[in-house]
Design a binder for this molecule. Structure first.
Ligand code: PLP
Length: 387
């Protein structure tokens, strides 16, 4: 491939742009993962990584992608034949259901444009007096649709039903970008990974674990070996991983956590909310439809955009990549070809977003998608007014 001047715009929801500071931090010699320097690093990180998750409890951190962290959450808490209440609210929720179905999952088909309906959670749990359902699994921010399922109403529904099911939440594409409170919201297991709001390359999968989930793990009988929580949780004290850790990614994690701390989490969340609103204004201004139907469920980390019938979203993306050197997310599962996704999370500022929105608008025009008003103008007006 010939050289292209200027920086590639990586505007997919994940992986996100890795800041230069993080890349530089990772470019250090790999050290002995059983030596004192590493043990101190691991202990520090296993304490600090809890902050963006809103927990003071234990965290297991695996060399894995998010899918591994999904599996860890299920196999540590459940037994063969257990029933799980899960809602297929999008592509990733569906993939998680597929994984869990082997465990005896009871799947409630959901609308791909809406979040998990808390009233349905209540109804399903109230109709389970024998407590056969052992866990409710929720994807907090569905990366395929840009739809968020608020967690507190789901917790409230479980409590209203007086049901002991565990609440297991996938915060893969929300954590680090939007406010997330594992402890305060009463989540039992939070699943996340490194390559989104944490601004790292892929390779770290994490579980935050409540007391109740820890207790469940003592009785859970699904086979587990690599994903066993206990030796991972022990690392918080010993600094020793049960197998070889991704040392250089952990250098990156230390730097990324420092960056989040320097900006301050409330400022990080406010930045994401503002960039998300600018993006939505650009989409609407251009006369296109946001996939998420309920403004109360808009994602602050990505926006999925439907292209008008007769147009191919993948062709729009291909034009944008070819002419403007920018990658956008594709439509996943049943949204393939009909949707593109603009990632606006991680290491992103006003001008980077403005550049990305310009690329989208120019690409749409080149692809012959009919123009509405001036989408970029609407976004810039908003960014200027709120600067
Ligand atoms: N959950 C969500 C919400 C995701 O967006 C993804 C990936 O994008 C995953 C889980 C799976 O993570 P991974 O691809 O790192 O295995």
């Amino acid at each position: 491939m010939s050289h292209r001047s200027g920086r590639h715009f990586l505007q997919i929801p994940d992986p996100t742009n890795v800041p230069d500071r993080v890349l530089r931090a990772m470019a250090a010699p790999t050290i002995d993962h059983r030596g004192p320097e590493f043990r101190a690093l691991a202990r520090q990180l296993l304490a600090d990584v809890r902050r963006p998750c809103g927990t003071t409890g234990p965290v297991a951190m695996y060399p894995s992608s998010g899918t591994g962290a999904w599996e860890a959450a299920l196999v540590n808490t459940l037994s063969p034949g257990d029933r799980i209440l899960a809602f297929e609210t999008g592509h990733f929720a569906t993939l998680w259901c597929q994984m869990a179905r082997r465990l005896g999952l009871d799947v409630v088909p959901g609308d791909w444009r809406r979040g998990v309906p808390a009233d349905q959670v209540l109804a399903r749990l109230a109709a389970d007096p024998g407590h056969r359902i052992k866990a409710v699994t929720v994807v907090h921010n569905e990366t395929s649709t840009g739809v968020t399922s608020p967690i507190p109403p789901i917790r409230a529904a479980i409590d209203s039903a007086g049901h002991p099911a565990l609440l297991i939440v996938d915060a893969v594409s929300s954590l680090g970008g939007v406010d997330y409170r594992h402890d305060e919201w009463g989540v039992d297991v939070t699943v996340w990974c490194s390559q989104k709001g944490m601004m790292l390359p892929p390779g770290l999968g994490l579980n935050a674990v409540s007391e109740k989930a820890l207790e469940a793990s003592r009785h859970a009988r699904l086979p587990r070996s690599y994903w066993e929580w206990q030796p991972m949780l022990a690392a918080a004290e010993t600094g020793v991983f049960p197998y070889t850790p991704p040392t250089n990614l952990l250098y990156g994690l230390r730097e990324a956590l420092a960056m989040l701390g320097e900006e301050g989490l409330p400022a990080v969340f406010a930045r994401h909310a503002r960039l998300a609103e600018a993006t939505r204004r650009a989409v609407r201004g251009r006369g296109l439809e946001i996939v998420c139907q309920d403004p109360g469920e808009y994602s602050d980390t990505l926006t999925a955009v439907a292209v008008p019938g007769g147009h191919d979203a993948d062709q729009v993306r291909a034009i944008i990549l070819d002419r403007f050197n920018m990658s956008l997310g594709n439509g996943l599962g049943r949204l393939a070809g009909r949707v593109f996704r603009i990632g606006h999370l991680g290491d992103l500022g006003d001008l980077s977003l403005a550049g990305a929105l310009c690329g989208v608008e120019m690409g749409l025009t080149l692809a012959g998608v009919p123009a509405g008003r001036d989408g970029v103008g609407a976004a810039l007006d908003y960014l200027t007014a709120t600067a």
